[in-house]
Design a protein around this ligand. Structure first.
Ligand SMILES: Nc1ncnc2c1ncn2[C@@H]1O[C@H](COP(=O)(O)OP(=O)(O)OP(=O)(O)O)[C@@H](O)[C@H]1O
Ligand SMILES: [Mg+2]
Length: 249
């Protein structure tokens, strides 16, 4: 059976309520949709629940109510370690590489999540083509890399599990403006390989520049939704997240 047509729904989240401790809801009714081969950015202030949203989709925070569907299948209650088999890979905001292991060992662990070594060498070669800097440094411990290179390892490791949907939590955090651009250019290349991408970002302008659509999350709810260009031009979004009170046009 062939996959869904381009543009079919990939991830559909409906009225999602979730939290860490009893009686404290962090997500208080989040809805969002990501279509096949889209890049969708989630923006929002610190503490809005952006990381919690990703962790909940990834099966790391229990769902209290609402729905999560990935490629038509129900994801609620699926444990985190089963997500690879559902086509989901998640790169968390922190702690996303094994610092003492080499780049290559990090990539091997990413592939191990698939449970088979079939196609491993080809996948590895593809990753080194996509990230040539990692190829040069493949025996080097990931902890000795620059911040930008570590993010590349984290993304490459996630890709080694052959996901259809990739979730990235602040892939450009702590990077210089130049490296922010490099990382986002890579995110776009990854999408062009055929993946669907959901990204959480503080660098709103850079993220929206490569995105198709975006959502603004505040206090555990989706507040604004739109095409990336419309969000860039939205004065409310501009004032809050783009470091400007001017619409960008
Ligand atoms: N493990 C946890 N246990 C309890 N509460 C948590 C936990 N992690 C996050 N929270 C709370 O959930 C709320 C949302 O946090 P979350 O990390 O999702 O925000 P965020 O939008 O990703 O913020 P940031 O932009 O700072 O990364 C915060 O009030 C936070 O204190
Ligand atoms: Mg966060």
């Amino acid at each position: 059976m062939s996959g869904p047509a381009p543009g079919a729904a990939a991830l559909v989240v409906g009225d999602l309520v979730a939290g860490y401790v009893a009686e404290v809801d962090i997500l208080r009714g989040v809805g969002l949709e990501v279509r096949e081969r889209e890049i969708v950015t989630v923006l929002g202030p610190n503490g809005a629940g952006k990381s919690t949203l990703m962790k909940t989709i990834a099966g790391l925070v229990p769902v209290r109510s609402g729905s999560i569907r990935l490629f038509g299948a129900d994801l609620v209650g699926v444990p985190a370690h089963r997500m690879v088999s559902r086509g989901l890979a998640y790169v968390p905001q922190t702690g996303n590489v094994f610092a003492r292991l080499s780049i290559q060992e990090n990539l091997e662990i990413g592939a191990a999540a698939r449970g088979t070594r079939d196609g491993f060498d080809d996948d590895l070669e593809r990753m080194y083509q996509l990230f040539p800097r990692l190829a040069e440094r493949r025996r080097q411990p990931a902890g000795t890399l620059s911040g930008g290179e570590r993010q590349m390892v984290a993304v490459a490791r996630a890709l080694m599990s052959r996901p259809r949907l990739l979730m990235l939590d602040e892939p450009s955090a702590g990077l210089s403006p130049l490296l922010v651009g490099v990382v986002f250019a890579k995110v776009r290349e990854v999408r062009d390989l055929g993946l669907t991408i959901l990204v959480v970002e503080q660098n709103a302008r850079a993220a929206l520049a490569i995105s198709d659509r975006g959502y603004v999350l505040a206090e555990g709810r989706d507040r604004i939704e739109g095409e990336a260009a419309a969000l860039l031009a939205n004065p409310e979004v501009g004032a809050l997240y783009l470091g400007s009170r001017q619409a960008l046009g």
